[in-house]
Design a protein around this ligand. Structure first.
Ligand code: PGA
Length: 244
């Protein structure tokens, strides 16, 4: 169960969130919990999550270890602050910051190289769904991006299916629509990496997940977890999603 805070919450907001959130998930054992704050709040989140099972992730990671890349943050920097995960290829990165399948692959490989667990995002835009191209888009994103990983690398990633039309719009994919997409992605995994890898990979659903729809989404066997944006900003709401 992952929370993506996007460009919200300062370090003090982060500390305040954890004060309320931690006790609400103290007994939670059925899942891993990852919170992904902005880079500037990573240290505060790691501090606030200490001695709990809550993990902290970044929202992006550079493909390089270091160098002249103004504005980028590298895997070793994220690891040094105590985070363990990194979201890669979020649709907002693809849409506004020219992230491509190729850069998604490079960032994913860098995350793995430096010991972070990448949460790699794929998903179609509204016009692609309406023109009947959802599966083709997902297959393309898989083939051009994720499929560049070795089997050993692939075993360490988490995939997030996030239909762009469902992100921040209040329009959740129905559990059936989400499950269909997850099946298509898992089918690609099976073809490329084999049945065992397809059974083992965790595919999260993201896009307007809320406390009142988490349970029906999670009831789909294809859906292994959720990546939550807006609703992860509220400690009580996110805890009730985690404990669906
Ligand atoms: P949302 O965002 O839950 O606000 O729709 C999901 C995401 O972009 O990760």
């Amino acid at each position: 169960m992952a929370g993506n805070w996007k460009m919200y919450k300062t370090p003090s907001d982060t500390t305040a969130f954890f004060e309320k959130f931690r006790p609400l998930v103290e007994k939670t054992e059925h899942c891993e919990i990852v919170i992904c704050p902005p880079f500037t709040s990573l240290a505060a989140a790691v501090d606030a999550a200490r001695n709990s099972s809550i993990r902290v992730g970044a929202q992006n990671v550079s493909w390089a270890k270091e160098g002249a890349f103004t504005g980028e943050i590298s895997g070793p920097m994220i690891v040094a602050v105590g985070a363990t995960h990194a979201i890669v290829g979020h649709s907002e990165r693809r849409q506004y910051f020219n992230e491509t399948d190729e850069t998604v692959l490079k960032r994913t490989q860098a995350a793995l190289e430096f010991g972070l667990t990448p949460i790699v995002c794929v998903g179609e835009r509204l016009e692609q769904r309406e023109s009947g191209n959802t599966e083709a888009v997902l297959v393309g994103q898989f083939q051009e991006g994720i499929a560049g990983l070795s089997a050993q690398q692939f075993a360490k990633i988490v995939i997030a299916y996030e239909p762009v039309w469902a992100i921040g719009t209040g329009k959740t994919a129905t559990p059936e629509i989400a499950a269909d997409a997850h099946r298509a992605i898992r089918g690609q995994v099976r073809e490329k990496y084999g049945k065992e890898a397809a059974d083992a990979v965790r595919i999260l659903y993201g896009g307007s997940v809320k406390p009142d729809n988490a349970r029906t989404l999670m009831a789909q066997p294809e859906i292994d977890g959720v990546l939550v944006g807006g609703a992860s900003l509220d400690p009580v709401g996110f805890a009730s999603i985690v404990n669906f």
